[in-house]
Design a protein. Sequence first.
Length: 292
Amino acid sequence: MIEIASRVYIEDRYPGPVLGLAVLARGIVLIDAPPCPDAAQTWQHAIRAMNGGFPDRILVLLDHHPDRTLGASIVNGTIVVHEATAQWFHQHASYFRPTTEKRGEAWETCPTLQSPQWPRPHVAFTDHLSLYLGDTPVYVHHRPGPAPGASWLEIPHLRVLFVGDAVVLKEPPFLAEADLEAWIQALDTMLEQYGHYFIVSGREGLIEPEQDIPRMRQRLEEWHQQLTAWGKEKQPWSKVSKHVEKWLTVWEPASERQAQMFRQRLLYGVGSYYRRRLLTPKRRGRRTKGSG
């Protein structure tokens, strides 16, 4: 674990997201969980060593992605999510069913994964939530973009902000359920309001706000413009995918396996986004008798 502020730690040794742990006056706050069962057990033991006998343990899941939620039931704690994330869990079966299609997600690398149970949140919020485990609050903010229920966790008195998948530069971001316009707006808010904070990316750890946030914004803006143009032309995904593959030159994978994962993630994510937001006709409400 790396201490990034007084009693605030990040852990990046496990497959999946960069984890967070904040030891406060009357309890601990955890950010996300490892997807692999063995890693989640190891993380659970590390948490116990840091807990200091505090009875309160809160686990904040920054969206519903399986990379950060599959191990939540092992890690334990009062689970806090945005209401869109809670609704997503409610709409899916109790147990995670792995797909045969490779999507370039971290959980696919787990040596064992025996249909783990999806977490059942204890607390869901709408816009903002204040957590009091000491004299100063910790805030959870809804910041959609990477996912409908994407959230940030802020520790204001230490100027620390965990932003999940909002800033991902060293590998393809997850785009399947993204809203690129909302994502760009969230990045503007991040730079304007939190540029002086210690900002933790859920995939890369500490970032350089003044450099990395504008780079991420520019990348999303370029993708959004290109995809929107192709969508207006009604170009089929089979044609668009060949253009999208050229985006892979942005990243430098460390191995052939990682290169394959990057390709799978990008094509699955952009393909899902393109078909869902740009090719699917918007449904209009049905007219009823007597309506104007």
